[in-house]
Design a protein around this ligand. Structure first.
Ligand code: SF4
Length: 259
């Protein structure tokens, strides 16, 4: 058995790393674990499961699948120890604010001026997977609460769980959730109030629907001063053909085949 120390958070791709963003991921949709069997990691996935970028390309490479599965197993084996380990990891200097303001060439929401001006670091939870249990969500919210200088952000289809946590006052001010359309709980998203995203086949459809494109920076989904985040679907020809002209929310509502 390997005793090598393994960090739980990894540096994102070069764009994310340049912005001081660290990433945590688990397998998309379903994990197959030798230890725990089959685990549904996106319980409220709807039409998104058929269009999921995180079930294609590099996400399916063995080392990536293994690393994501290991993350999930480490949490499930002992959530308390996992939390302690992550808390310790977040004490490292690399997670401290630089003290120099971020210079974005796009407008950011005012309630996060404190983070922008401090040159804060960020953790993006899940570039694949979702909050598969309420307990797991609460563990992340706790971690965020204990690290108030770090921005935690995530896309999620666990709308009712987040609304419950919000009602219970458990979402700290440094935690931003973007509800993601294309799931079983789309109808619980108040599109006029809740921060949410929809995925469009191209920029024209996105703009016509009144959404703001977040292409320029991964942080835009969290920090743009709007609650309507638009994402242009990844350039994966097979998935683009399947999606056709619809947004994820429309595909969820009417099905992929309907015009
Ligand atoms: S919830 Fe996200 S990761 Fe899970 S299947 Fe849907 S798009 Fe993929």
């Amino acid at each position: 058995m390997s005793t090598q120390k393994r960090d739980l958070l990894r540096k994102g791709n070069s764009e994310l790393a340049g912005l001081g963003i660290f990433v945590w991921s688990i397998p998309a949709l379903v994990a197959k674990s030798d230890k725990f069997g089959r685990i549904k990691t996106c319980p409220n996935a709807g039409i998104c499961a058929a269009l999921c970028y995180a079930r294609t390309g590099r996400y399916t490479f063995r080392p990536v699948v293994n690393a994501h599965t290991k993350n999930l197993e480490e949490y499930m084996s002992d959530p308390f120890a996992w939390k302690q380990k992550l808390q310790n990891e977040l004490k490292a200097k690399k997670f401290r604010p630089t003290g120099e303001a971020h210079s974005f060439d796009w407008e950011t929401r005012q309630d996060f001026d404190w983070w922008v001006t401090s040159g804060g670091k960020a953790v993006r939870i899940h570039d694949a997977g979702d909050f598969f249990s309420y307990r797991y969500l609460l563990d992340w919210l706790d971690i965020a609460e204990n690290n108030p200088n770090i921005l935690f952000y995530t896309y999620s289809k666990q709308v009712s769980d987040f609304k419950k946590a919000n009602k219970e006052g458990k979402i700290p001010k440094n935690f931003i959730v973007i509800f993601s359309m294309g799931g079983k709980q789309d109808e619980l998203i108040d599109t006029s109030q809740d921060r949410h995203d929809d995925i469009f086949p191209n920029l024209q459809v996105l703009t016509a629907a009144g959404y703001e494109d977040q292409e320029k920076s991964d942080l835009m989904a969290a920090l743009l001063p709007t609650n309507k985040i638009g994402i242009v679907a990844n350039n994966i020809p097979r998935l683009l053909r399947l999606q056709g002209t619809k947004s994820f929310s429309l595909a969820q509502k009417n099905g992929l085949k309907a015009a």
